[in-house]
Design a protein around this ligand. Structure first.
Ligand code: DGY
Length: 324
């Protein structure tokens, strides 16, 4: 059996595949594969391990319908046409939960970086602007005791809420498709409507999937309902916020700050005005990028492939989720 990977993957997943007797070919060139190259590589393979690249659309899968599985090295699956995959009989899998701590840590990091204008202060030193300091200069805002609003209380949102509750004694409110009784008991979290989330959050952290319903949910209208002192954090998908509206909201003071690990579009261009704002912190989509987490993701992605190629149920199927 043969697997093609769209990037070089962490060693532990690679070894699992090889020990299972699978031949692995990795795309190791630092350039995106063209669609023709990807199709050609997949035509020599039984499975695709997708670790980044262009969206997996119906046209691609129609040419590669022999693939037993497309194993995503991500929890997000918004880049795949799940309906087409299911109709064509291609199994799609993802890597949930193993990246929850690392991604929540990134949201936690951005929250603090924004509150204390950390990235901006760092840039001032590089530019030789440390200079004269005064008690009224360089002021950030406190986080302790403030209200954290979670939009999308899945695994990552839950870990972020835990971090904030235990480290900063924050009050937790959340808006989700379903109530989460564990969070209500363990974290004294309060279930609120979307408008209440916007109005009451001091920090609002996005942890939802990108779907047609969540696309650009955080737009001019949403930002206008938030507190002028609020911080918006997005470590989920850039498509969930309208970036032009976010820039205007920050410029006009509808909200105070923003921390993004995901941007809309990606990659962010270096002349984006967000990069010069004191109360903004941007990272280049590195939420799950720790050695331990990426190894765990690669193991899970490999296990999904080994199961599919062995004709066994895969640990993390996502095909059915398009119908939800
Ligand atoms: C994920 O796992 O979905 C990360 O955001 C990487 O895309």
């Amino acid at each position: 059996m043969k697997v093609f990977t769209t990037r070089v993957i962490p060693e532990e997943g690679l070894q699992l595949l090889q020990h299972a007797g699978i031949t692995v070919t990795q795309w190791s060139t630092e350039r995106e594969l063209t669609q023709e190259e990807l199709v050609a590589a997949c035509q020599q393979s039984d499975a695709l391990l997708f670790a980044g690249g262009k969206n997996i659309d119906r046209a691609f899968m129609e040419q590669c319908r022999h693939l037993k599985v497309i194993s995503l090295l991500s929890v997000g699956y918004d880049n795949v046409d799940l309906k087409a995959a299911t109709e064509l009989g291609i199994q799609i899998t993802n890597t949930p939960e193993v990246l929850s701590n690392a991604t929540a840590d990134t949201a936690f990091l951005l929250m603090q970086a924004v509150a204390r204008k950390a990235f901006y202060q760092h840039k001032r030193i590089i530019k030789g602007e440390w200079g004269f300091s005064a008690p009224t200069a360089n002021l950030g805002i406190d986080i302790a005791g403030k209200t954290l609003g979670i939009w999308g209380l899945g695994h990552i949102g839950y870990v972020m809420a835990q971090r904030c509750r235990y480290a900063f004694g924050m009050k937790i409110i959340y808006c989700n498709r379903h109530r989460n009784e564990a969070a209500e008991q363990d974290l004294q979290a309060t279930y609120v409507s979307f408008d209440e989330l916007l109005q009451q959050s001091d920090i609002l952290s996005v942890h939802a999937s990108l779907t047609p319903e969540t696309k650009e949910k955080f737009n001019k209208d949403a930002f206008s309902k938030m507190k002028p002192t609020a911080i918006f954090i997005n470590t989920a998908r850039g498509g969930i916020h309208n970036e032009a509206d976010l820039i205007t909201a920050l410029q006009e003071g509808s909200i105070w700050g923003a921390g993004l690990d995901v941007t809309n579009p990606e990659p962010m261009q270096p002349d984006n005005p967000l990069l010069d704002m004191p109360t903004v912190a941007i990272l280049p989509h590195i939420g799950s990028a720790t050695q331990e987490t990426r190894n765990a993701m690669s193991r899970l992605a490999a296990e999904n492939i080994i199961a599919a190629l062995g004709g066994r149920p895969v640990p993390n199927p996502v095909n059915h989720l398009y119908a939800l």
